[in-house]
Write a protein that binds this ligand. Structure first.
Ligand code: DGP
Length: 113
């Protein structure tokens, strides 16, 4: 999609360093990290948010499969981590290309944020 920053990043147009990448998914560091490890996992295809995912589409499984691999690759598989997806206005979604935050590298506490 034209003028979508995460489309451009995910498809390699901006030369962003990738933490993980496959045919469907790209993962890169968040610009504004909230923890020692803060990675964004996005589909290469544009979806505005999770509401745009059809029940027959397996992109969410592909994203979680990527998260599993990233956790092993980046060394936080054993200690655990949090995955956050903001959907829409009340959740504070600021980039309108579906993305999943992986937050790790410290004890996160019981609250969501
Ligand atoms: P959300 O509130 O869930 O829409 O979070 C969007 C996140 O995207 C936010 O943590 C900052 C990050 N972000 C925004 N623009 C860029 C960018 O150009 N590059 C990277 N790496 N991250 C970005």
């Amino acid at each position: 999609m034209e003028d979508c920053i995460f489309c451009k990043i995910a498809n390699g147009e901006l030369g962003t360093a990738m933490i993980y990448e496959n045919e469907y998914v790209a993962a890169f560091k968040d610009l504004n990290p909230q923890a020692p490890i803060h990675i964004l996992v996005v589909p290469k295809k544009h979806y505005e948010n999770v509401l745009a995912v059809d029940e027959n589409d397996n992109i969410i499984a592909k994203i979680y499969s990527a998260i599993n691999k990233i956790a092993k690759q980046e060394g936080f598989y054993e200690n655990g981590f949090r995955v956050i997806n903001n959907c829409g206005k009340d959740a504070g979604q600021t980039v309108m290309h579906m993305h999943f935050h992986i937050i790790a590298g410290k004890t996160l506490g019981e609250k969501i944020v």
